[in-house]
Design a binder for this molecule. Structure first.
Ligand SMILES: *[C@@H]1O[C@H](CO)[C@@H](O)[C@H](O)[C@H]1NC(C)=O
Length: 141
């Protein structure tokens, strides 16, 4: 009896962990879709934005993400509502589990400041953000 309960618990845990993972991947896929859609409504008129490079240091993923999130409002997008949605979804919550760093490790790490990332054309900025989302997804699968 005990063994059975144990087995059931183990199976339930395993299933739940996977459901959570699938949900996270789906969420990232959604954000990626929104970003591509938003990009279509952006007038790339030469505006330049601080753009994190993708050789992000260990435990600095969320810091780079924060920089992207801070810059997205500066995109000259027609679909304001979608723009707000993208900004909202670029939250650490969406990116749970993409790195294995603890809260403490993150706090102790000095990551590159947003201002120190190179200024890139808005087109390149979106491209880079897209790559970051893809990279995050690859880490989950
Ligand atoms: C964003 O849109 C521009 C055209 O306005 C296009 O050249 C670029 O490839 C698009 N970027 C992405 C990541 O879809």
């Amino acid at each position: 009896m005990k063994l059975l309960v144990c087995c059931l618990l183990a199976i339930t845990c395993c299933v739940l962990a996977n459901v959570d993972k699938v949900e996270r991947i789906m969420k990232l896929t959604e954000v990626l879709k929104e970003l591509r859609h938003l990009n279509k409504s952006v007038e790339h008129n030469g505006v330049k934005l601080n753009t994190p490079t993708l050789d992000i240091e260990e435990c600095c993923f969320l810091s780079a993400l924060e920089c992207f999130q801070k810059m997205v409002p500066r995109l000259n997008a027609k679909l304001k509502k979608l723009q707000r949605k993208v900004i909202k979804n670029l939250s650490p919550l969406t990116f749970r589990g993409v790195d294995s760093c603890s809260q403490e490790e993150r706090e102790n790490k000095v990551c590159q400041g947003c201002d120190s990332y190179p200024m890139k054309d808005s087109r390149e900025f979106v491209q880079q953000l897209e790559s970051l989302l893809q990279k995050a997804m690859n880490r989950l699968v």
